[in-house]
Design a binder for this molecule. Structure first.
Ligand code: HEC
Ligand code: HEC
Length: 307
């Protein structure tokens, strides 16, 4: 459920420009849009076939395999044999429009994808779509496509795996390809309240959020979000690293059943304790002062009365 909501959010982000296209000719920004459009055309037509795999890796791979089975979206092996090129090109440019039009094939796909509607990939053009379909056709003909995806093992997780995942997460063991330790940006259930970084979300429940082992592993193979992508594009996680991280994240989901925000509560309690200590401390100092002032006054007056 949460996953679906999260996706909807990103879907909306991608869909919004489409809505505005409908009235683009009324818009005062026409020259600007035309300019942007021309730029996009130039950019896409100058993009060599070489960058199509890169583009695919960044924008498609965490939801689709070629010959590796379904992830969030269907396996794209031989997709060109299932649908006509024109239909696919149109779908890639406007998935939601096609689904909303009631197209039977698309509606059925959405049902099989548990309601997730494919987002429009950034910079998707007709040219891009054609290039990708060509590439998918070639990849489908191979014995083993480069987009089959890391074979996600179905070995049961062991305590050793969970421990190794923890070590990778906190940086006790370095990532093989030099990626930054997760703890610099993420918290986890068993990381002390003030330990984990705050730039990224707490990952205690990420196993559940990303829908289990297969989808989470696929996500980690090619993180496609704003901050994660640039970090891990050139320092990808290895298959065995993904395996042990998944084991660790699974244990997080199990351990936090009742209280996902333990660390936040701990944070609050520590905060309260500190402020209590500060108030108490000031109180002591203040009382001390009052007493000494008072004592001085009392002594002074009693001396006066003695005189
Ligand atoms: C967030 C996950 C997600 C991403 C990212 C994504 N897709 Fe999809 N894709 C889906 C889902 C889900 C479907 C099934 C239709 C639906 O539910 O909208 C689908 C359907 C398709 C289909 C039709 C498959 C068939 O069996 O007919 C093609 C082709 C496709 N996607 C290609 C791509 C390409 C190319 C990219 C990258 C530019 C991409 N997708 C990115 C989730 C995704
Ligand atoms: C430099 C900071 C940084 C580092 C290092 C980092 N992340 Fe992230 N991560 C983020 C941010 C920020 C997000 C939120 C999405 C985005 O902007 O990319 C995120 C999102 C995620 C998500 C998706 C969470 C969700 O709820 O959808 C996962 C999973 C994840 N990171 C795993 C990891 C793992 C595993 C590591 C270590 C191998 C790691 N991250 C290292 C910053 C980081």
């Amino acid at each position: 459920m949460r996953f679906a909501l999260g996706l909807k959010h990103s879907t909306l982000r991608h869909v919004r420009p489409v809505r505005s296209v409908r009235k683009w000719h009324n818009s005062p920004q026409v020259p600007l849009r035309l300019f942007a459009f021309l730029l996009a055309v130039i950019a896409s037509s100058s993009g060599s076939a070489q960058d199509t795999p890169d583009y695919y890796r960044q924008n498609c791979m965490n939801c689709h395999t070629v010959g590796g089975g379904r992830l969030t979206g269907p396996d794209l092996k031989d997709v060109g044999k299932r649908r006509e090129a024109e239909w696919l090109i149109n779908f890639l440019q406007n998935p939601k429009t096609v689904v909303d039009s009631g197209d039977g094939y698309a509606v059925k796909m959405v049902e099989e994808s548990r309601g997730v509607v494919m987002p429009i990939a950034p910079g998707m053009t007709r040219y891009r779509a054609e290039q990708i379909l060509k590439m998918l056709e070639a990849e489908s003909a191979l014995e083993k496509s480069q987009f089959e995806g890391v074979k996600i093992s179905s070995k049961p997780f062991t305590d050793q795996d969970r421990q190794a995942g923890h070590e990778l997460f906190v940086g006790a063991r370095a990532l093989k390809n030099g990626g930054a330790a997760c703890i610099s940006c993420h918290g986890m259930h068993d990381i002390s309240a003030l330990g984990g970084g705050r730039l990224g979300p707490d990952l205690t429940r990420v196993y559940e959020r990303l829908k289990g082992r297969k989808a989470l592993s696929a996500w980690l193979m090619a993180p496609a979000t704003e901050t994660m992508q640039p970090i891990f594009k050139n320092h990808p996680l290895e298959a065995d690293e993904i395996h042990v991280l998944a084991a660790y994240f699974e244990s997080g989901a199990a351990n936090s059943e009742a209280e996902p925000s333990v660390s936040r509560i701990a944070f609050l309690l520590i905060g309260l304790a500190i402020s209590a200590a500060v108030i108490f401390g000031f109180d002591l100092i203040w009382k001390g002062r009052l007493h000494s002032v008072r004592r001085a006054l009392v002594e002074a007056s009693s001396q006066r009365s003695k005189q």
